[in-house]
Design a protein around this ligand. Sequence first.
Ligand code: NAD
Length: 459
Amino acid sequence: MPESISVILEKQDIFFQTHITRDIRFRINQLKKLKQALIENEQVVYEALWKDLRKSEAEVYSSELGLFYNEVSLHIRKLHIWTKGKRIFTPLICFPSSSRVQNIPFGRVLIIGAFNFPLQLSLIPLVGAISAGNTAILKPSEQSPETSKVLAKIINKTFSEEFVHVIEGDVEVNKKLLHEKWDMIFFTGSPRVGRIVMEAASKNLTPVILELGGKNPALVDENCNLKIAAKRVAWGKFYNVGQSCVAIDYLLIHENIKDKFLEEVKKNINLFFTEDPEKSSNYMRIVNNASVQRIKGYIDSGTVYFGGMINADDKYISPTVLVNVSTDSPVMQDEIFGPVLPVVTYSDFNKAIGLINKKEKPLVSYLYSSDKKKQKQFLGQVSSGDVCINDSVMHFVNHKLPFGGIGNSGMGSGYHGKYTFEAFSHKRSVLKTTTAFDLPLRYPPYKKWALQIIKFLLK
Ligand code: NAD
């Protein structure tokens, strides 16, 4: 019989108070154990992701396992440097002191994962939790049950529950988890559930990091490398069957190049997934039937230019491109999170930017343009978590870039690489001073000359 959440949390509390997790050697050893556990279980990971999402081995490696290995190896290599903290300049007003910023763990953290990259969205935050010296409970998404099972098996065998533990379950389990008091919550998922998480966290003033989603625009300028842009758009939209937080949600394209561009998109879809994507081992499936029905509903929002085939029994929706889409149609309201690409044309670049800015701030905005002035304008006028120019998705892969949203698409902190370590650390200021002497300036009764010196030092 599994132990109750509160019992495990109590054990994690006691373990954290032993201060073992403060030890850098301990953290590095745990990260090595985690990496080794995944190496030993790669085959079951491939099988689980095939069952959950029909993800091919190549894509499991490039978008899940590989990203995890890259992250954990970096933390193992760099942790001793990151944990050193930083010596900071001390102004004269604090003389004679020294100042530094130290990264300290929050304590007991809760990590809640999403279904679409069920392995890396659980494991990369877990790497951060461990490297920053926290204890952790991980709740993978119940919508990818096989991967959830595999994660629970691997992690619960590798670590004692007083340190790191996986709790599987559905919304009800998540509600119970959110009812507990945490020192930090890292949530990946929809803005709707993000609000629920934040509300629960607010009861205990628990800090949250919310990695959410939204409608990511792709703005295609008349002046772009059309062939490459179309190829990257086709890839960035239909990778993971569009079930990706960084997927292109909708296309805003200059009316003069629309026809030629869409021809290229179509050509590339056929090249990537063949003329019958249902038979291609590189084309994934929608997570469940409810999502198939939801995405199917969007197809009526425009004229099918390409695709539109559905096999609900197989959770299959073919790569679909919609034209004649009105900006107030349903497909232009919510995050699509599936393989349907609505195409809206524009003739005025400024108005296209205005259209993006009328919506909630996206996780990422894409621009395909060779015009440096337009690139500058886009960077200066569009508000989004991240920007990717002339490419799709690849900003996510650069672990030197913090990945995260703004407003409706997320808050708290970006992560990946060193930023993951920082996301799970509290930045503590430390000022240390001498008692060898004690300057009288600050103490009452205040002297006129002392105030003048303070005024000079603080001007
Ligand atoms: P979701 O919000 O439905 O579920 C995420 C987690 O929340 C799951 O573990 C689930 O069990 C839990 N949950 C669901 N309903 C709940 C409720 N009522 N109360 C408490 N917990 C609840 O998200 P999803 O369908 O797994 O993922 C898709 C969404 O996640 C999209 O919006 C996507 O853009 C976003 N996403 C964001 C990122 C990112 O890094 N920014 C990455 C992947 C996905």
